[in-house]
Design a protein around this ligand. Structure first.
Ligand code: LLP
Length: 441
């Protein structure tokens, strides 16, 4: 356990999150349910903000990458922590604005932003749009001209670094649907293209090298590559970027294969990036640009858990023991998509020794509907409350109504306080947009 641990085991041997007993939460709110610890979310937002304030004179912005978990309450928390957000669709933008989030602290991403998404972004006067295609720059310029306004933009570039959890590779040419490669000259071409647009104000560059990364050096290298590019562009065009956005990507703990980072480790990541940035600007005689980072997973991932109730248990002699829960890939598709690993606890018998390895299956009509494979647990019984840890990021946000299962509600806990932040979806909600053509009636 470290100071970031949101989980404890209480005197009843029950798991607690944010000071509340998970079995009581399960009883009151039902399962499956996503549970978020507000203190943990705020602490993570503060950690990054403090580093920018202390080590970089406040010349920057932490923008929570809301694709990790988007709902009105999380934007309200981000707003109250005085940070920004990144959105990647009209839906996320709409949610942020509906929560009263200030438009000037919103950054919009997307490799194929739709016309109505761009319209809504400019109409709301959001802070920055990260342009990701030549055509998008043309459309955006036209939209601004029609409105007689200008829009601050960044260009998404590929520095040629592919980071994978504990390792990274440098590639000459980046194969990605996102961004423009530095090495093949398209980043430079795009720079000239955007500079030629009278209604777009090019503020600088954005890059995001990957997600769930622990390798500090890959972040540092990204800073260096981006700043070398900034210097190169300055030498060719006289344009000097006054903002760089280095994306997100800091890793979190899912299971014992991952390090359990402390707050100071996250501080260290960002300090190293800032130090590299300062060194580079000095070396290249550039000004210190406004620095944006976009952490998503590291802010919200470990702050969330999912509670389930165990139902059917099926043992296939010599092969596997399946423990089925009342959720599944409709609330957490990450095993199905990426074979992601999770840690699982019995919330109602949290300190019992583990005696068996079981596979947690969901209730969907699909063999691949698995939450976790071969996880150690005490002997599981039907009716036990199972907690899957580190499900705060990319779980609710990637949930679906597969098999017309309802997406679970989310609750926020804080000390003694507990409240819905996303109400339970009902079957009525699920059929709301269904229509039967007259000739079928
Ligand atoms: N900024 C940009 C432009 C991004 O594309 C992303 C993540 C982030 C920030 C936030 O990265 P983070 O700090 O969360 O690593 N669905 C996958 C993760 C996809 C991440 C996509 N981009 C998963 O469940 O692992």
């Amino acid at each position: 356990m470290n100071e970031r641990d949101t989980l404890k085991i209480n005197a009843k041997s029950h798991l607690q999150i944010g000071g509340l007993d998970c079995t009581e939460i399960a009883e009151k709110y039902g399962t499956p349910v996503y549970v978020f610890d507000e203190t943990h979310i705020r602490n993570m937002m503060r950690v990054y903000k403090n580093v920018i304030d202390k080590e970089y004179g406040g010349n920057g912005l932490v923008a929570y990458a809301s694709k990790a978990f988007s709902c009105k309450a999380v934007y309200a928390i981000a707003h109250s922590e005085n940070i920004g957000v990144d959105v990647v669709s009209g839906g996320e933008l709409y949610t942020a604005i509906s929560a009263g989030f200030p438009a000037d602290k919103i950054i919009m991403h997307g490799n194929n932003k739709l016309l109505n998404e761009l319209q809504s972004a400019v109409d709301r006067r959001i802070g920055l749009i990260v342009v990701d295609s030549f055509k998008e720059a043309d459309i955006l310029d036209k939209l601004c001209a029609e409105r007689n306004i200008s829009q601050n933009v960044l260009i998404r570039i590929n520095p040629g670094i592919e980071a994978h959890t504990h390792a990274f590779v440098q590639t000459a040419r980046t194969d990605s649907k996102f961004g423009f490669s530095i090495s093949d000259g398209t980043a430079e071409k795009m720079t000239n293209h955007v500079l030629s647009k009278s209604n777009l104000v090019l503020k600088g560059y954005h890059c995001h090298i990957g997600s769930q990364i622990f390798e500090k050096q890959s972040f540092v290298l990204a800073v260096e590559k981006v700043m070398d590019f900034v210097a190169y562009i300055k030498s060719k065009t006289k344009f000097e970027a006054d903002c760089i956005n280095l994306g997100g990507g800091f890793g979190i703990w899912y299971n014992d294969e991952d390090p359990k980072l402390k707050l100071c480790d996250y501080t260290d990541y960002l300090e190293s990036m800032i130090n590299a940035l300062k060194d580079k600007t000095q070396q290249l005689s550039l000004k210190n640009p406004y620095l944006i980072i976009e952490p998503g997973r590291s802010i919200i991932g470990e702050a969330g858990i999912t509670l389930y109730t165990v139902g059917a248990i099926k043992e296939i002699e010599g092969i596997k023991k399946y423990v089925a829960v009342d959720g599944g890939m409709f609330d957490n598709p990450r095993y199905a998509l990426y074979q992601s690993k999770y840690s699982v606890l019995l919330a109602n018998r949290a300190d019992e020794p583990c005696t068996e390895k079981v596979t947690i299956a969901g209730k969907c009509c699909e063999s691949g509907d698995i939450i976790a494979v071969d996880v150690p647990l005490p002997k599981v019984k039907s009716g036990d409350i199972l907690a899957v840890l580190s499900t705060g990021a990319y779980n609710y946000s990637m949930a679906s109504n597969y098999n017309r299962n309802a997406v679970p509600p989310a609750i926020l806990v804080n000390g003694t306080h507990v409240e819905y932040i996303i109400k339970p979806q009902t079957y009525e909600d699920i059929v709301r947009n269904d229509l039967i053509p007259d000739y079928l009636k």
